[in-house]
Design a protein around this ligand. Structure first.
Ligand SMILES: Nc1nc2c(c(=O)[nH]1)N(C=O)[C@@H](CNc1ccc(C(=O)N[C@@H](CCC(=O)O)C(=O)O)cc1)CN2
Ligand SMILES: Nc1ncnc2c1ncn2[C@@H]1O[C@H](COP(=O)(O)OP(=O)(O)OP(=O)(O)O)[C@@H](O)[C@H]1O
Length: 192
């Protein structure tokens, strides 16, 4: 199982890296555009936990900015020091305040809110290499998100390219299923 997941991650990463720049840009714009037709409430009193895409991941800060433009409070992860645990969180208020953190990830400079901050979120966008039709998600494999998402009742959305919404993925008992996929061409799709 572990080596199957590792091989899948490597294949999916290669496929992402091979996507032409213009296609990635179009996909990022499309993803941001779907925010206005999200199937859940995204208003001024809502907190959304999202993330800042890096490398060949689908998306850009554009989706976060689209959320902020609606008045939503947005928090994004900050990777805690040491071994993988639940993620820490920082408020996002625009791409200007981002700086390179651990592994070159972009994180807002600002007060760390603690790992409990995610409990205020009613909607959580999570990164994934792939998601299957029943909501099994393949992440980077450090286990940050599996540790972060257990026990939450929020709507959880995996953001992937259209060809990364697949028929089935290997799943372990600790894997937390997601209810939605968001893809550049398909928008929000309910899973399960
Ligand atoms: N945009 C984004 N933010 C995110 C995540 C993510 O997947 N995407 N995470 C999702 O969990 C967390 C960070 N997790 C990460 C886990 C591994 C690596 C990484 O590059 N690992 C290297 C090995 C690094 C090393 O050991 O030196 C690798 O896999 O090659 C990066 C981020 C929180 N923030
Ligand atoms: N709730 C948890 N408690 C303790 N260890 C966990 C927990 N969830 C995951 N792990 C550990 O984290 C590691 C990565 O898990 P897995 O391969 O399922 O990652 P993933 O779901 O693909 O990615 P992500 O890093 O996004 O969670 C595994 O070694 C697993 O044992």
């Amino acid at each position: 199982m572990r080596s199957t997941k590792r091989r899948l991650r490597a294949e999916l990463e290669q496929r992402r890296v091979a996507r032409p720049f213009a296609a990635r840009k179009q996909a990022a714009d499309n993803l941001a555009g779907w925010v206005s037709s999200a199937p859940f409430r995204l208003e001024y009193d809502v907190t959304v936990a999202a993330y800042v895409p890096f490398g060949a991941e689908p998306g850009s800060p554009g989706l976060l900015d689209a959320l902020i433009d609606r008045g939503v409070s947005v928090i994004v992860p900050a990777v805690p020091a040491g071994e993988p645990t639940a993620l820490d969180w920082v408020r996002y208020d625009g791409a200007e305040s981002l700086a390179r953190g651990r592994w070159g990830l972009l994180e807002p400079i600002g007060h760390r809110l603690g790992s409990d901050a995610v409990e205020a979120a009613s909607v959580i966008f999570v990164p994934a290499y792939a998601v299957d039709k029943t909501g099994n998600r393949l992440g980077r494999g450090a286990g940050y998100y599996d540790r972060t998402l257990t026990g939450l009742t929020a709507e959880i959305i995996a953001v992937v390219y259209d060809d990364e919404l697949v028929e089935s993925l290997p799943a372990a008992p600790h894997d937390v299923r997601v209810r939605w996929a968001l893809t550049p061409d398909g928008g929000f799709r309910e899973l399960g």
